[in-house]
Design a protein around this ligand. Structure first.
Ligand code: DGY
Length: 321
């Protein structure tokens, strides 16, 4: 029996790729940079499965370009805002993702950003490289206390809760907001459920852990940023689109908030002429929340499992929705 034809949009870790190659006739995009949308439209023609990552736009047109035999879209990520889920549903195409396996790595990175922003680590490193370190100084590069500070977590799902666990080790007071969060659920995770306004007004650190969708796009807008303390640090490891980046720049430049530490931006990659890069109180890393060897292996393996189940017409181990 011939193997099902699939398209794999990037070279993923062997832990997943080997499984895909064994079970499927795989066309694998070989370049370091993603293919253009037009090339993607051609490459998916006639495939039964697509294994995608977050750089690919998987919309109705692309699903139709693949053809009616398309049985599954398997995303190697927990987030899937690049995929038109409604269009997939209409066409009866299940979509898989990789929740759970990247929770700890992403929470680790979010906490790394919190500490780096609070203690001005990147600024300090640049200070040395720029030849400015001439002596120990009583008032230079002063940051903010983390221990005992108030942390606000927006989006209290798996990653938000894992982040809270880390914060508990620093004796932080933890406030949490999610639309359907109950006081009991928050309490069990060591946090206090509050409304968004209270969270923004009272927190020294605000960390975002929501998916990006129509409801959360630009959730952190001018008005909400204005509610934050002028000393507060905003951390975002979710999706760049959750923050109105223009409003963020203005808030940072005008001293309305103290700083930002971002793993995600809008767009990605962040153009080198982005004004955010000119601000000393901004730490930015290139969307590396899940970027550990072990985590990416688990993600690749899970994405392969979803893809293979899908092309075989079996239920996906992890289906979206
Ligand atoms: C995700 O999984 O959604 C991350 O952003 C990339 O690992």
């Amino acid at each position: 029996m011939s193997k099902p034809k699939v398209f794999v949009s990037r070279i993923i870790p062997d832990a997943g790729l080997d499984r895909v190659k064994e079970a499927c006739a795989a066309d694998i995009w070989q370049e370091r940079l993603p293919s253009s949308y037009d090339v993607l439209l051609e490459r998916v023609q006639g495939v039964e499965g697509i294994l995608s990552v977050l750089t690919e736009r998987i919309d109705a047109k692309l699903m139709d370009a693949a053809g009616p035999q398309l049985k599954v879209i398997s995303q190697m990520a927990v987030g899937y805002d690049n995929i038109d889920i409604a269009a997939a549903k209409e066409r009866g195409i299940p979509v898989g993702n990789t929740p759970g396996v990247l929770t700890e790595a992403t929470a680790d990175l979010a906490f790394t950003l919190l500490l780096a922003g609070a203690r001005r680590i990147v600024e300090g490193s640049n200070y040395i490289r720029e030849g400015k370190w001439e002596t120990w100084e009583p008032k230079t590069l002063l940051g903010a206390d983390v221990t005992g500070a108030t942390l606000g977590i927006i989006g209290f799902g798996r990653i938000g809760k894992a982040f809270a666990k880390r914060a508990a080790g620093f004796d932080m007071r933890i406030l949490a907001y999610s639309p359907s969060l109950t006081a009991e659920d928050a309490k069990q995770a060591g946090a206090k459920a509050v409304d968004m306004e209270t969270l923004l007004r009272e927190s020294d650190f605000v960390s975002i852990h929501t998916p990006l969708n129509a409801k959360t796009r630009h959730l952190m807008n001018k008005e909400r940023l204005a509610l934050m303390k002028p000393t507060a640090l905003l951390i975002n490891t979710a999706r760049g689109g959750v923050v109105d980046q223009k409003a963020l720049y203005e808030a940072l430049k005008n001293g309305e908030i103290g700083g930002a530490a971002l793993d995600v931006t809008d767009p990605e990659p962040l153009p080198l002429d982005s004004p955010l890069l000119g601000l000393p109180n901004v730490t930015i890393v290139p969307h590396i929340g899940s970027a550990t060897i072990q985590t990416r292996d688990r993600m690749a393996s899970m994405a392969a499992a979803n893809l293979i189940a899908g092309v075989r017409g079996e239920p996906l181990p992890n289906a979206v929705g």
